[in-house]
Write a protein that binds this ligand. Sequence first.
Ligand code: 13P
Ligand code: SF4
Length: 391
Amino acid sequence: MIEKRLSFCIIHAYLKKSTNFHKKNGQIMTQPHQNIINPSYFEAEEEKILEKISARKKELGDQLLILGHHYQQEAVFRFADKTGDSLKLARSAAEAKDSRFIVFCGVHFMAESADILTSDEQIVMLPDMRAGCPMADMATIEEVSRAWDELTGVIDSTSVPVTYVNSSAKIKAFVGKNGGSVCTSSNAERVLTWALSKGKRVFFFPDEHLGRNSAYALGIPQEEVVLWERGKPLGGNSPEQLKKSRVILWNGYCTVHMQFSAGHVDMWRKKEPHAKIIVHPECKNEVVDKADLYGSTEGIINAISDSPAGSIWAVGTEINLVNRLSRQHPDKVIRSLSPFQCLCSTMYRIKPGYLLWVLDGLAAGRTENRITVDNTTAEQAKIALERMLAI
Ligand code: 13P
Ligand code: SF4
């Protein structure tokens, strides 16, 4: 649980022949593409699909590990061997030495991290290649490299790059190469502290809000936190502003968490004064500021699980997690902070039919939707990921 201010807290795309089992060494990653999937996987009754997934899981045994992020829909989440937030799932992948096949029920960047952290003999698969993250797509390697060159062209003191785990493997590699680290929503403050001990300032991407919330939590004054607007020379800043800065924030954001507003907090305070308000640090600072607590998905789960029976919670995060918490704790009142359903539509692309298709493929000796990161990118990104795991 993370106390406020003490927080430490992407069907038929185009045809591609299925690959047979092979080592990933030497493979070059191309654009994510979705292999063809037989329409029967969507036409069958859900109950039948769930039964078949159970049977396949049993058949594949210990060589299969299914990882599930907390935002997954229930019909998929129930089959996860390990569940967690981004950090926990990265650790689970790194520790899964005995699992030959890792099916990642989450989004693309998470599966890339799993591929980077596993051995060459292990195969990582994403049931639907269209399960991406809009926020991760807001910082391309070309944009970030250009911005870095511009920044280092006007200041001579050291800047340390930090990327939120919600970023491509290429961005992670860039960070690894330039002395920085990855962070997640549960360790952003710790990683920022580490980075600020290594250089005068941190260039943080892609999530403006996680970066801002973490910087403020560390007591960094607002005037030393500047926004780098994509597409503008020097991100829309003067060289002087950049020289004075301690934290430079890329202007990316999560389309789900941006839907929570300070007005929602005010509404709950009025309607239910006893409710505790807990939000994810991808929310805007004005929301985090008004909330009682904030934390990663795992932090939110722990805070609610540890609260006494009768507690009332308004939760500012993705709806599948909020609904699951509500089902798991019938003795507590757990609702979304927003009156509207804040669904992560890309996480929602992982449907039971896709999971079954991947498992059926494995049983038939095929790897569908394999995620591979080329060796050079993987090596550099691993440096940044391992720095985080060590911090
Ligand atoms: P965590 O699970 O790390 O809190 O991150 C939330 C998220 O938005 C994942 O994409
Ligand atoms: Fe990306 Fe937000 Fe969905 Fe997480 S919840 S995968 S940050 S869009």
